[in-house]
Design a binder for this molecule. Structure first.
Ligand code: PRP
Length: 179
């Protein structure tokens, strides 16, 4: 990690403990159900990989990729599906996994689409939540950390395509994006 560019917000060990906690809770809540864990690419890939290894019940995985219209910093709320799910979600207990919920517009759109496909339930698990930025009524069911409106990278989250592989969640220093 380049500490000239980032400050650690949540260290690797701390995140692992949090993910294990979420996994235990999800394991208890979904016992006996047909659980389908849906990751929203790309940001969710690391969190999801760690989370499913802490969920101790049979589950299936699927992925969706969406892209929002608008600039990189302002989301318009209009979302286009770049990759849809491979499988039917009818009668499945769907758990959407996200790295971060910000305005909530992306998840609002995804939930609307998925609910039309007759799942048994649709819930959301995110590692990070920025409730102060919300523009839609999305409320994640499982939240790792509620955070203030900081520019975060690492553990799947990027800035201009970089930093996703950092093992910690970090705050990007303004000197990097104000260049
Ligand atoms: C991020 C994140 C969510 C979305 C949240 O994805 O993974 O999908 O933004 O923002 P919202 O709550 O304001 O809609 P991004 O578009 O950066 O794509 P990525 O996952 O490929 O990095």
């Amino acid at each position: 990690m380049n500490f000239n560019e980032v400050d650690v917000l949540f260290a690797e060990e701390e995140i692992q403990e949090k993910v294990a906690q979420l996994g235990r809770q999800i394991t208890a809540d979904y016992k006996g159900e047909d659980l389908l864990v849906v990751g929203i690419l790309k940001g969710a890939f690391i969190f999801m990989a760690d989370l499913v290894r802490k969920i101790d019940i049979p589950l299936e995985l699927d992925f969706m990729s969406v892209s929002s219209y608008g600039t990189s910093t302002t989301s318009s709320g209009e979302v286009r599906i770049m990759k849809d799910l491979d499988y039917s979600i009818e009668n499945k207990s769907v758990l959407i996994v996200e790295d971060i919920v910000d305005t909530g517009l992306t998840l609002n759109y995804i939930c609307e689409i998925l609910k039309k496909r007759d799942p048994k339930s649709v819930k959301i698990c995110c590692l990070l939540d920025k409730p102060s930025r919300r523009k839609s009524p999305i409320r994640p069911d499982y939240v790792g950390y509620s955070i203030p409106d900081e520019f975060v990278v690492g553990y799947g989250l990027d800035y201009a395509g970089q930093y996703r592989g950092y093992p910690a969640v970090c705050i990007l220093k303004p000197s990097v994006y104000e260049k």
